[in-house]
Write a protein that binds this ligand. Sequence first.
Ligand code: HGY
Ligand code: MN
Ligand code: MN
Length: 415
Amino acid sequence: MGQLSINGNRLWDRLDELAQIGAIPETIGSSRLALTKEDGRARDLVVSWMKDLEMDVTVDGIGNVVGVWHGPKTDTALRPVMTGSHIDTVRSGGRFDGNLGVLAGLEVVQTITEMGVSSRHPIAVGFFTGEEGARFAPDMLGSLVYVGALDLETALNTVGVDGEVLGDELERIGYAGRAMCPGVIPEAFIELHIEQGPVLETEGITIGAVESVQGISWTEITIEGQSNHAGTTPMSMRRDAGYVAGEISTHVRQIANQIGGTQVGTVGKIDLHPNLVNVVASKASMTVDLRNTSEMILRESESYLATFCEEISEKENVTISSKSLARFEPVEFDNKLIETISSTADNLGFSNRRMTSGAGHDAQILARVCPSAMIFVPSKGGLSHNPEEYTSLEEVSAGANVLLHAILNVAGECS
Ligand code: HGY
Ligand code: MN
Ligand code: MN
């Protein structure tokens, strides 16, 4: 164990090259919302790297891309051991979120090829369409279609926050593939990802063996009031959608503070209409992201929000409607795989701890069809979904080496 090691500098250089696509000026981050032309160019680059590694590359109907590698001793009838993540980013994205998991997978394949190592199972590296859900909700949309949990037609007809239709955008960037959905069920799925939180850095630990992912609830709330003159309308006569959106946003924070523990609540998006300085807003559309490690408490937080909306719609004489954009219960990963990750980190001499994920990931969706788990590496300052997101070369290399040996452990290393 340990004689095989990835080439950290090569991985680092690929992360840098990929980050240049959609680069955010004066930062190290990238902006590559799903199915934009930047996403298309990034896909082309990663596919070219897969082909350089002589992987069999397939693109499915929702644009998920999977490269499969087999060595001289591989039994191609066996299910592949799969790794990967996503290369789409949020608008203010970092270079590591998702990208690390995909490029570390390619680095694993290149390392075992160069070292003349083979594996009994094929090894697959994938990137899933629209993991972030920031343009086309829900998040993990591509992996949901991959495992058969979301119907392809429904997914293709998804309308984005910009009014574009997902299927049209997929055609436009040339990634409306022909491979079947649902995709090939892997033997196992292991995803390397940055933690995107403060735990590992605070505790000075290099590797996270992720045991679970917390529950996620995304709701779009629409508030309809009445536009009116900002100067002449007495406060008692207002039906102010802007004010109500602000109250709901404040209440989301109060719910999180009142519940405490792992509860989080975020209002990340508010659009007002007509959005003018001297007009009482007639309409507001906003999103609420609630999360908790406990399904029961997450439901509680959702009902607090619903009750507040009912009360304030009455009080402010506005109409409030809501639509679920995404809803995932907490997910537990596979114990045997988690143990493999922990013991691999131990054998490689990396400090490690068990932990849960605050962010959603494709691995939680693959967990519906095969044993699945994740490896975390630290995020500087716990920062993510921010162009200054950072993980060091040493930490990136440590994570990729744990991924290398964990994959070979499951795939059956043979020389
Ligand atoms: O929202 C999430 O947790 C992930 O970044 N899609
Ligand atoms: Mn991610
Ligand atoms: Mn993300």
